[in-house]
Ligand binder design. Structure first.
Ligand code: PDD
Length: 286
């Protein structure tokens, strides 16, 4: 079965899908995106993802390429046509095609593309083993709350992690506080058992998975606080993990050369992963 992409109103074979060379997403990274998890054929946290897409678009003064109701239909059609049970839908909207010139073009229609692909749900036994992270300076811009396609620093950071045999790079601000991963939000559990993640602000993306997990942690009675934490605090943490629509809850058992906790995934991370999997299979899917 061939993969299908959606490009500006048309469903086309993925191998033939293309946009114009003067799309401003290509030339200026002048666009935004979303990655929505699909589990058992249903979209997880669809509405918060679309709310965040609207917000990103409005921060960049890009008109919505399509009203929400048909957009939701296209997302479902992508899941159906690509026969996705577990996977993702990727949505990208840019300011559109115009002669290369820095100011916003007039009368240009925003462009919309969508792809969908399979992604395996996490394997619990593998998650227990954990993965490594390294810390790197956060060299991104001052509006990381906008889910812009301008991801070059993130790409460089992730590559650095992979070359060091690590799963993720934890970006660190000028004051020594962890901001977030290159494509994930970052969390620790302190030696006192307090779950900590950085507060929302312009330095990080307001993760949809993050928000869902905060609710789920509260239901489990986990003590939780939103505040920034330093690299030193992370190295001394009992647990560490990262979250996103594609990383779910991924325990981190080593940061740089330091083993976190006992070197295995902790009970808070695994408890939250379990409740997230239940949530994705049920309440959060539509
Ligand atoms: N990334 N922080 C950054 C910088 C991200 O790129 C992402 C998501 C997150 C987590 O957000 P959410 O829980 O809504 O997925 C945090 C997506 C998955 C990506 O770029 O592929």
């Amino acid at each position: 079965m061939s993969r299908i992409a959606y490009v500006n109103g048309r469903y086309v074979p993925h191998s033939e899908a293309s946009v114009h060379i003067e799309d401003r997403g290509y030339q200026f990274a002048d666009g935004v995106y979303e990655v929505v998890l699909v589990h058992r054929g249903k979209l997880v946290d669809e509405i918060p993802h679309l709310d965040r897409l609207d917000r990103s678009l409005s921060e960049l003064q890009i008109d919505a390429p399509m009203p929400r109701a048909p957009l939701r239909q296209v997302m479902r059609e992508m899941v159906r046509r690509n026969r996705i049970s577990d996977g993702i839908v990727y949505i990208q909207a840019t300011r559109g095609v115009a002669r290369r010139d820095h100011p916003f073009p007039k009368n240009t229609r925003p462009a919309l593309v969508m792809t969908s692909r399979r992604l395996a749900m996490p394997d619990r036994a593998k998650a227990e083993e954990g993965v490594a992270a390294l810390t790197i300076p956060d060299i991104r811009w001052a509006r990381c709350d906008i889910k812009a396609v301008a991801l070059l620093p993130n790409v460089l950071g992730k590559q650095q992690a992979r070359e060091a045999g690590a799963y993720e790079a934890w970006q660190v601000d000028d004051e020594g506080y962890v901001t977030e991963g290159t494509s994930t939000n970052t969390w620790i559990v302190t030696p006192d058992g307090e779950l900590v993640t950085r507060q929302i602000g312009e330095q990080i993306l307001s993760g949809i998975t993050r928000a869902t997990l905060i609710d789920l942690a509260a239901k489990q009675g986990v003590t939780f606080v939103e505040r920034r934490f330093t690299v030193a605090e992370a190295l001394g943490a009992r647990e560490a993990f990262v979250t996103s629509a594609t990383s779910f809850v991924t325990p981190i058992t080593k940061i740089n050369d330091t083993v976190i906790g006992n070197g295995r995934a902790g009970s808070v991370a695994m408890g939250i992963l379990d409740s997230y999997l239940d949530y994705a299979a049920d309440a959060g899917a539509s």
